[in-house]
Design a protein around this ligand. Structure first.
Ligand code: HEM
Length: 412
């Protein structure tokens, strides 16, 4: 087949093959065609090597995250969902982006997340496990990972609503970021636009309360007069951040458990040396890349070797492949606790680098410390574990059954 614009590849991030093991799945693509063009979903370029994916994510002059003025093209998801509300600050570039990101910075520093939220996360993790450890098995994704992520992020924001999980699900639908929505994202956004309005009103009420009576939480900090943010902007930032950090945390935790189930030697090493857990977390984030595919639109003609990506073309950084690039990460599929190969792209790179990365790493480290100290012998029950059918936007699980204690022979 003749390529429309360059080397043609058969590629679709919503195809079942995409959910195959990243370690195996992208080796050939990366080595034969690190920049290829697929006709799927209206056509887009796929940057699968570390070098090209990093360039796409960090070159703000030539690639934009923004949608077109009519909202119908562009954005960070392919295909575009024109009716989905924009997630700020990640959907903006330049000064508009910086103005909204700036007030978030102090709320995500190492000191802030470790001191203020670290003990909260440890408390939530312990409380969740208190209710689970006596059971023969439980659904780790829905009864631990997702709940820990929701409780932590809502606590960070100061969103003390009753039905946190309900609000999250409503938000995910409204932003059309349900991990398995695939190409049905726009329809989902249309169908749930009223719910989005309702969620925004719940948050608006809280923002007004905090403006009148500030507490020590993110909403109060954002609505303080010195940030210069309007009420609408604080509502929007709160909704966005509440939605942005949760599924990725769930996916990371589940992948960690599965990895440590498959690699008992690594589990033993971490139990004996908990100081190494941070490094293991970062390596597992690299290997499983919870956000494996991040899109942009070219603003100008850009050369990658002898290939020219044209202005207006859609392009994706295939993070799930870049993080396995053997030229950057020798022995890429292994957790190496002494690896010093530089930044992986699991949290992106450049001006849109994940603002919540330190919160995420702290949350994952503390969750793993708690799990390894309280259920060191856990087992993942493979036949009752299911990865999302579509992992194009989130490499996570719909369910993961875990046995906290090994089955004793009398139970067999
Ligand atoms: C393991 C967990 C996480 C992963 C893998 C992850 C991944 C990412 C990636 C890849 C980006 C960059 C997207 C791009 O370049 O367009 C990003 C941006 C962002 N993330 Fe995260 N994230 C995680 C956790 C969180 C948490 C916990 C929060 C907040 C509570 C958060 C909030 C954000 C926000 C607001 C942005 C947009 C930043 C900007 O455009 O300036 N993330 N994340």
């Amino acid at each position: 087949m003749t390529a429309k614009r360059g080397p043609s590849i058969e590629f679709d991030h919503y195809a079942p093959e995409f959910a195959r093991d990243f370690a195996e799945g992208f080796v050939e693509l990366r080595s034969t065609c690190p920049m290829g063009y697929t006709e799927s979903h209206g056509g887009y370029w796929v940057a699968s090597s570390y070098e090209y994916a990093r360039r796409v994510l960090s070159d703000d002059e030539n690639f934009t995250v923004e949608r077109s003025a009519d909202g119908k093209t562009g954005g960070k998801i392919i295909p575009t969902a024109p009716h989905a509300p924009s997630i700020v600050p990640g959907s903006l570039d330049g000064a508009a982006h910086d103005r909204l990101r700036q007030p978030l910075r102090p709320l995500f520093t190492k000191n802030y997340v470790e001191t203020k939220l670290g003990p909260v996360v440890r408390g939530i993790a312990n409380e969740l496990l208190d209710g689970l450890l006596d059971r023969d098995e439980f659904d780790f994704e829905n009864e631990f990972s997702l709940k820990l992520a929701v409780e932590t992020t809502f606590e960070w924001a100061g969103l003390d609503v009753e039905d946190k999980l309900g609000v999250l699900l409503m938000l995910e639908d409204a932003f059309a970021i349900d991990p398995e929505a695939g190409t049905g994202r726009d329809a989902l956004a249309v169908a749930t636009s009223e719910q989005f309005g309702a969620a925004a009103e719940v948050v608006r009420e809280l923002v007004r309360k905090r403006a009148a009576e500030p507490k020590d939480d993110a909403i109060s900090h954002m609505i303080a007069p010195d940030t210069g943010l309007t009420e609408d902007e604080v509502v929007s930032l709160t909704l966005s951040v509440a939605a942005a950090g949760i599924r990725n945390i769930g996916a990371s935790l589940d992948n960690m458990l599965l990895h440590l189930d498959e690699h008992r030697d690594l589990r033993r090493e971490l139990i004996e040396n908990p100081g190494q857990i941070s490094k293991a977390v970062d390596e597992i984030l690299r290997i499983y890349s919870p956000a494996p595919f991040v899109a942009r639109t070219a603003l100008a003609d850009v050369e990658f070797g002898d290939i020219v990506v044209k202005a207006g073309d859609r392009i994706a950084a295939l993070v799930g492949s870049a993080n396995h690039d053997e030229t950057k990460f020798p022995d890429p599929d292994k957790v190496k606790l002494d690896r010093r190969d530089g930044l992986h792209l699991g949290f992106g790179v450049g001006s849109h680098y994940c603002v919540g990365n330190l919160l995420a790493k702290m949350e994952l480290r503390i969750a793993l410390e708690t799990i390894l100290s309280r259920m060191p012998e856990f087992q993942v029950v493979r036949e009752k574990t299911r990865r999302y059918d579509l992992v194009g936007t989130n490499n996570g699980f719909t369910t993961m059954t875990v046995r906290p204690k090994p089955i004793s022979s009398e139970n067999l």
